[in-house]
Design a protein around this ligand. Sequence first.
Ligand SMILES: Nc1ncnc2c1ncn2[C@@H]1O[C@H](C[S@+](CC[C@H]([NH3+])C(=O)[O-])CC(=O)[O-])[C@@H](O)[C@H]1O
Ligand SMILES: O=C(O)C(=O)Cc1ccccc1
Length: 242
Amino acid sequence: MTDQKDTLFKTVDALPGSFKFDARVAAVFEDMISRSVPGYQQILQLLPTLTRTFFKPDSTYYDLGCSLGAGLLAMHAGFGERSAQLIGVDNSSAMLTKAQQNLSHLDQETLRLSLQDLQDTEFDRAQMILMNFTLQFIPLADRHALMARVYASLHPGGVLVLSEKLKFSDPHTAELMAKIHYQYKKDQDYSELEISKKRDAIEDVLVPETLEDHIARLHSAGFKTVTPWIQNLQFISLLAVK
Ligand SMILES: Nc1ncnc2c1ncn2[C@@H]1O[C@H](C[S@+](CC[C@H]([NH3+])C(=O)[O-])CC(=O)[O-])[C@@H](O)[C@H]1O
Ligand SMILES: O=C(O)C(=O)Cc1ccccc1
């Protein structure tokens, strides 16, 4: 996947809560998420291994909020020579157009991309469902119902991979993590102005929750085994097995 450097907030004015997954974001998204989310590449690197661990021939692998298709590509790498189906869902046409290009080498039996709101998506039976930093954009009140439908769609023994930005209930921990993440962004060549504009733009659009709230929701949706498998600062990835 090729991509431009993310200079969006060097030029764009950021009104509070104005962040959208439009064409300007899609054009720089790979660079944006890699330079903003420590450990994003690590998750993608481990996904083929996870896919092989849970692989079930001819079953379905979802990426909900698939953006440019990075997670679909990583799961496909885990298929090896074996056949299975990938379904990517995203409600941003700018993202999905680029995903189509990035995944154009996959045939129609292997890949389906669906331009849809997750809230309106009916899920087929699946072996693995990836939600890599997507639930955080779903309205809080709708999250439980969505996770209950995700649980219902999985085969017994199937796995949900849920990656999210965390909120911390202890203010000292919250401040510490925010401080290191701020430095991380500066180290990635974002200016202080770019960082503060992005923070304003995603306010109330990306709504993080605590680890405890995520774990409690996953258990109440029915998952028996729920565990973090990767964490970098406030960016965590959980495994939930049915
Ligand atoms: N209601 C919704 N329905 C469908 N899609 C949605 C919805 N809300 C948001 N999205 C989509 O969810 C994606 C979230 S980005 C995921 C990164 C990717 N998983 C990756 O591994 O590269 C994460 C981030 O930007 O932090 C965007 O493409 C939105 O259009
Ligand atoms: O930039 C941030 O602070 C984030 O929380 C990550 C992010 C990455 C891509 C789009 C929106 C938020």
